[in-house]
Design a protein around this ligand. Structure first.
Ligand code: KIV
Length: 268
């Protein structure tokens, strides 16, 4: 790893897309893992509301609150020097303008450099307002875990033509509203590729194939310690690596060399 690493910023992520350099992102929830992820030279660290699953042992992300997020963002920010720190806005914390502003202010004050929120056309006005207030926003489309009850489970999204078209329109609308990045979760690789090609902002995939601008995984999945059934897009990098730093380095290298995810970890 180079000693003169650059501090990662939102414009730097756009420049990486422009230059065709894959972006690496991992979740972290505490200072110790944040330090390890930082040392692995990961570009972005996401304090995901997946902490509801992997930290709190819940069966969804819905019970996570802004207070939980603030606690974990503060911890993670103490472990980071270089990566861009992104924080999820949790379920129902952005149901209206005032709550969205308060939730975003709380996680940004805790140390985040960008917030992530789930949804398409319904959140577009909020995205524009947050951006106008100086809050960089990452969208999240496809399988949106905060909508699990509406979606009827954790399923691949966008296999039918109507939903595929809606996802493409939502992605364009989020970019037009000022979103600086977009996470696409559990969508067919060809659809994710088409969306990434049509946007200037980086599209980060999780179960979205290799032809997007970067990859994100939950760190406990990378290390093979997440409880329960493992989704298809999860690769346990610990199996072959033997140590946590080696597993994180293997993830970073596989993403940068576009070796991960291959078809085995993607959807058609
Ligand atoms: O909460 C989370 O960890 C996420 C990732 C799975 C993208 O949103």
């Amino acid at each position: 790893m180079s000693q003169d690493r650059a501090i990662r910023t939102v414009p730097a992520m756009a420049a990486m897309k422009e230059a065709g350099q894959p972006i690496t992102m991992l979740t972290a929830y505490d200072a110790s893992f944040a330090r390890l992820v930082d040392e692995a030279d990961v570009d972005c660290v996401l304090v995901g509301d997946s902490l509801g699953n992997v930290i709190q042992g819940r069966d969804s992300t819905l019970p996570v609150t802004v207070e939980h997020m603030v606690y974990h963002v503060e911890a993670v920010s103490r472990g980071l020097t270089h990566p861009l720190l992104i924080a999820d806005l949790p379920f129902m914390s952005y149901h209206d303008r005032a709550s969205a502003m308060q939730a975003a202010a709380a996680v940004m004050r805790a140390g985040a450099g960008m917030v992530k929120l789930e949804g398409g056309s319904g959140v577009v006005p909020l995205v524009a307002e947050l951006v106008a207030q100086g809050v960089p926003v990452c969208g999240h489309l496809g399988l949106t875990p905060q909508h699990v009850h509406r979606l009827g489970g954790y399923r691949v999204q966008g296999r039918d033509e109507a939903l595929a078209r809606a996802l493409q329109e939502d992605a364009r609308a989020l970019e037009a509203a000022g979103a600086g990045m977009l996470v696409m979760e559990c969508v067919p690789s060809a659809l994710a590729r088409a969306i990434a090609e049509n946007l200037r902002i980086p599209v980060i995939g999780i179960g979205a194939g290799v032809d997007v601008d970067g990859q994100v995984l939950v760190i406990y999945d990378v290390l093979g310690i997440s409880p329960g059934r493992r989704p298809r897009f999860v690769r346990n990098f610990m199996d072959e690596a033997g140590s946590i730093p080696a597993a994180l380095a293997a993830f970073v290298e596989a993403v940068r060399e576009r070796r991960f995810p291959d078809d085995q970890y993607s959807y058609s």
